[in-house]
Design a protein around this ligand. Structure first.
Ligand code: TRP
Ligand code: SF4
Length: 405
């Protein structure tokens, strides 16, 4: 395990536990995770608490989903020797950090997160006017900053949440990132600097903090760097004081957006369980064939003799993902001239999906039989996650004034 890597290369991401994974998860997220596990110190977890924020009324699927999800992960190529895999609720530090951060998070920040109102409107059949659902992005923040992660691989829809995490981390550092007597020590360092440079520093600092003049910040930094006899600690203090914060306790994470291959569903909409248009990662070969064969095609092509247009057909995006150039050319030609039938056209897609899923299915079958294996992986993973998160929590508790010993 790559725990010796500096935290700058740490990557954290989670997936809500809401059932078995499908091709959309595979192409949109999992393939990317599989690649990242070799390049960074990765922590991937099943977000079972996040699943509870929307599924609290029918939560029985959550527990089952955890195991199934991890089987899918490993079958798809995640390796517990490369990445740390765990379950969110096995690491209570996430919950503690969520609580602590809740004390300093303005309510208006949470109400302003776009997914809050969007999801409430979209999932109208569920009552999402809950405290837990409002706090969803803050729990996600805790998930991330508990590990001082540098990067969070997520889809476009999650960018607002990562931005929110950055704001919370920044506010935390601003409020608590000061050593005891930070301001006094900074002022003391200023006095040692001499009257004239100290006056210049103060004017530049005011100009930056009150008017946001970036040139003043640069000039003041240069001024500090130039001081011949100043101790390094004092330099650091004055540089931090300049920007209005002290020591950095929490790391501001960055979203890591990958060119996402948007996996189309069987009906042309995005593949998603709620649209009932998915192909599961462990789908049986004849079920894959049945689902593709019953897919709708270009609505203008009612009869075999009608010509069609791939641009209007939900099957075409599958060719774009799965077919080599010559097959794509064959589809374009054959569809537009009614030279091929739709079933004929679908066959290469069926074959390609089944070829892709064959090794995944096979690995999953072995994992299903070996329950202890998954349990061991998650036990090991959560142990490492707890150790890492506890390091951060120790600093956070102390910074917030909770270390009473
Ligand atoms: N909210 C994410 C989603 O719906 C899941 C998630 C929970 C997550 N905690 C996270 C993603 C932390 C990245 C990092 O996809
Ligand atoms: Fe769609 Fe292929 Fe039929 Fe054309 S031939 S309508 S691309 S399934």
């Amino acid at each position: 395990m790559s725990s010796i890597l500096p935290s700058v290369t740490r990557v954290v991401s989670g997936m809500r536990a809401t059932g078995r994974l499908h091709l959309g998860h595979y192409h949109g997220v999992l393939k990317n995770w599989v690649r990242l596990q070799h390049e960074y110190d990765c922590l991937f977890f099943v977000a079972d608490w996040h699943a509870l924020t929307t599924h609290y009324e029918d939560s029985s699927i959550i527990g089952q989903s955890v195991r199934e999800m991890v089987i899918d992960w490993i079958a798809a190529g995640l390796d517990a020797n490369s990445a740390t895999l765990f379950v969110q609720s096995d690491v209570p530090q996430h919950a503690e950090l969520h609580l602590l951060l809740s004390m300093m998070t303005p309510l208006s920040w949470l109400e302003r997160v776009p997914t809050y109102k969007d999801q409430q409107a979209k999932l109208r059949e569920r009552d999402l006017a809950t405290y837990g659902f409002l706090g969803y992005p803050l729990l996600q923040t805790a998930d991330i900053v508990a590990y001082r992660a540098a990067f969070v691989p997520v889809g476009e829809d999650q960018v607002a949440h990562i931005e929110f995490s950055r704001e919370v981390a920044r506010r935390f550092n601003f409020l608590y990132g000061r050593e005891p007597g930070f301001v006094e020590r900074a002022e003391e360092a200023l006095r040692k600097m001499g009257r004239k440079p100290a006056k210049a520093y103060k004017e530049l600092r005011t100009s930056y903090l009150e008017q946001g003049t970036v040139e003043s910040l640069d000039t003041a930094r240069a001024l500090i760097e130039r001081q011949p006899n100043m101790a390094l600690g004092d330099k650091e203090r004055l540089l931090g004081y300049l920007e209005g914060h002290g020591r950095l306790i929490l790391t501001e994470p960055q979203a890591m957006l990958t060119a996402q291959s948007r996996m189309p569903g069987l009906d042309g909409q995005k593949m998603s369980k709620s649209y009932n248009n998915t192909i599961a990662l462990r789908e049986a070969p004849d079920e894959v064939a049945r689902k593709i064969k019953t897919m709708p095609t270009d609505p203008h092509r009612k009869r075999r003799t009608d010509i069609g247009d791939p641009a209007l057909c939900p099957v075409w995006p599958f060719h774009e993902i799965y077919s080599p150039e010559e097959v794509k050319a064959w589809v374009q030609e054959g569809c537009r001239s009614a030279g091929i039938g739709c079933l004929e056209c679908k066959q290469p897609v069926i074959d390609a999906i089944n070829a892709e899923l064959a090794p995944i299915r096979e690995r999953a079958r072995d994992l299903e039989k070996d329950g202890a294996h998954i349990r061991n992986i998650l036990t090991e993973g959560s142990r490492r996650a707890r150790d890492l998160a506890e390091e951060t929590l120790t600093d956070v508790r102390r910074a917030m004034g909770l270390a009473w010993e």
